[in-house]
Every structure is written in C-alpha cells, then in structure tokens.
Design a protein around this ligand. Structure first.
Ligand code: CUA
Length: 347
C-alpha cells in the first residue's frame, strides 16, 4: 500500500510543479511585478521577494513537519499511532516565530507604503492625467505649455503614456464611467481610478523602453483588453516626442487641414485618387484613404510618409520619379502645405 500512496503524492507534486512553471512562462511576457525598472517598482518587487521567500521557508518547515510526523508516527502493523500531549518548545515556537514575522512584514510594508504613496514630494518632475473609460485609457498633459494646442486645450493621447526616463511622474487618475485601475508594474504600483473621486500615484522608469500595463479592476466586457502602453523616452528625446505629438494633435484642429481637404477635392487630384468618405473616387492613381499609415509613397521611392516627403512629391512628381503618371500641377506652396496637412490625417 505504501509505495502506491507515495506514487500518488509524487504525481500530485509533479502536476503542481508543471502548473506553476507553465503559469510562470505565460506570465513572462508581462505585465509582471518581477520586472522592476524604476525605484517604486523595485521597492514593491523587493517586498514581494522577501515575503515570497519567507512563505516558501514556512511552507517547507510546516509541510515537512506534517509529512515527517505522518510517516514516522503513523499506525502500521505492529505499531500503534503515537499520541502527544503538550510540547512547550514547539508550541512556543509556532506562536512566537509567526508573530515576529507578521509584525516585521507589517513594519516593512508600512515603510514601503510611505515611499510609494509620496506623490506630492518636491522630487516630482512632471504631472500627467490618466482617465479610464470603458474600455480604454486617455492620457492628458495639462500642466506644461509645451503641450498646449492651437485651440488652447492640452495634448491628450489614447492608450499610450509617454514619459521621460529618470523622472518621477505623478499620474492623476479619474474615471468616466465605472471603477478602473491603473497598473504598469515595471514602473510603479497600482491605483484605482474612481468616478467622482481624485486619486493619484507616481511612476518612474530608470531606462528607456516600452512597458506593458493593464486595467486591473474588473470593469465590464472589455476589461481584459483595456491595456496601457507606457513608453519611456531618453530625456534627450522626450522634447522631440512632445513637439511631434503636439504637431500631430494640432493638425486635426488646424484650419489649414480643412482648407487642404477642400483644395484637394477642388483640384484634378480627385480624377486619379480615391479617398473613401469623400467625393474623390479616381482609379488611376493609388488610393489615399489611409495614406498616412503607409510605409511609403510614390511606389516606394519616398519613405516614410511624412510632411517632408509628401511635400517633395506633390511639388514635382516627375522630378522624384521620372515617367510617373502624376503630373506637376504647379500648386502654390500654401496649397501644397494645406493638402499635406490633410493627407497626414488620413490614417
Ligand atoms: Cu477598466 Cu478593467
């Protein structure tokens, strides 16, 4: 009988180990607490590991004791199960040691919480807003002039939060509909975004990169897909990102963009190109409905699709690509500028 039971026990243990390992592999892709890339995330990960190791040691001692006693003092042919009454040393140990552990964990956690909750210290270098709504995050940059748009509002970007490396950033949270929770574990902790209440946390990344985050409060059907992409830029590149992001946001509200659309639709362009949702339905040239999302234009000659290349192309197509069917329409610089601004909004 005994070997059979051992066999069953070993089988169960193996299954548990496999389950644990496979879940670890699945989680390796993140977001995952054990890939700290900033001071707060590191504080949390340290605490996690201290408690994890302590828990493993306790588990080993307790389960080891149970298994040892179960085998050694069990009833078997020729042996009666041994009975114990009172063991001062053991009873004292399993009262005092857990008490010391729980108190130590509390003190440790309390110290870290002090650090984690310090969102208003003088070391905060930047403030951003994060609004959760079913089922996406929108990040606003309302506190710096460099993020001001043409219409006086401030830059807002969906799904992606951009921060500079090595800077403590306060994230002010709000929720539009139900409770959501902001969590990018590589750069900080987790905090709920609650309708009608202001909450905040701070994050910091020590190295450049893209880090995954996730809404961590069940908020309805799309909860699992309510992701956050955090991009940490080297400080030297951050200003350039800001300029580009503001420029792109301005494009949508710039009167030149509307004018560019009208100009395009009033010229020969519509005879050759299709832009879905407009009167342009020409079939001779390439469709431009999503031209700003393409990798290149002019049959691959000009890449990427940006202001410079579009301008160059429209100004004099045959000069860029001899023999092209697209003629030089001799447009004014202003017309070209307006058209390019509009084309760049076609994503
Ligand atoms: Cu938003 Cu879960």
């Amino acid at each position: 009988m005994f070997p059979v039971r051992i066999g069953v026990a070993l089988g169960v243990i193996t299954a548990l180990v496999i389950a644990f390992l496979s879940s670890t592999v699945a989680l390796a892709d993140g977001p995952w607490t054990n890939d700290p890339q900033g001071p707060q995330a590191r504080a949390i990960a340290d605490l996690y590991w201290i408690m994890f190791v302590a828990a493993v040691v306790v588990l080993a001692i307790v389960d080891g004791g149970i298994i040892y006693a179960g085998i050694k003092f069990r009833e078997r042919p020729g042996h009666v199960a041994k009975q114990f009454h009172g063991q001062n040393f053991l009873e004292l140990s399993w009262t005092v040691i857990p008490t010391i552990m729980v108190v130590s964990f509390s003190v440790l956690s309390w110290q870290k919480l002090d650090f984690i909750n310090n969102t208003r210290g003088g070391d905060v270098g930047m403030v951003v807003q994060a609004q959760g709504s079913q089922w996406t995050w929108t990040f606003g940059y309302p506190h710096e002039d460099r993020f001001k748009l043409l219409d006086g509002s401030y830059l807002k970007v969906g799904e992606e939060l951009h921060i500079p490396v090595g800077m403590k950033v306060r994230v002010e949270l709000s929720a539009k509909d139900v409770i959501h929770s902001f969590w990018v574990p590589s750069v900080g902790g987790k905090k709920d975004a609650v309708p009608g209440r202001a909450t905040e946390l701070w994050i910091q990344a020590d190295k450049a990169g893209t880090f995954k985050g996730q809404c961590l409060e069940f908020c309805g059907d799309g909860h699992a897909d309510m992701l956050i992409t955090l991009v940490a830029h080297p400080q030297s590149d951050y200003a350039a990102w800001a300029v580009e992001a503001v420029k792109e946001a301005n494009r949508a509200i710039d009167p030149a963009t509307t004018k560019g659309r009208e100009t395009f639709l009033s010229l020969a362009c519509v005879g050759c190109h299709t832009v879905k949702g407009t009167a342009a339905s020409g079939k001779i040239g390439p469709e431009l409905t999503h031209v700003a999302s393409k990798k290149s234009i002019a049959g691959g000659v000009l890449s990427p699709v940006n202001e410079e290349n579009l301008t160059k192309w429209i100004k004099n197509p045959p000069a860029v690509k001899p023999g092209t069917q697209m003629p030089n329409l001799n447009l004014s610089d202003e017309q070209i500028h307006d058209i390019v601004q509009w084309l760049l909004t076609l994503k």
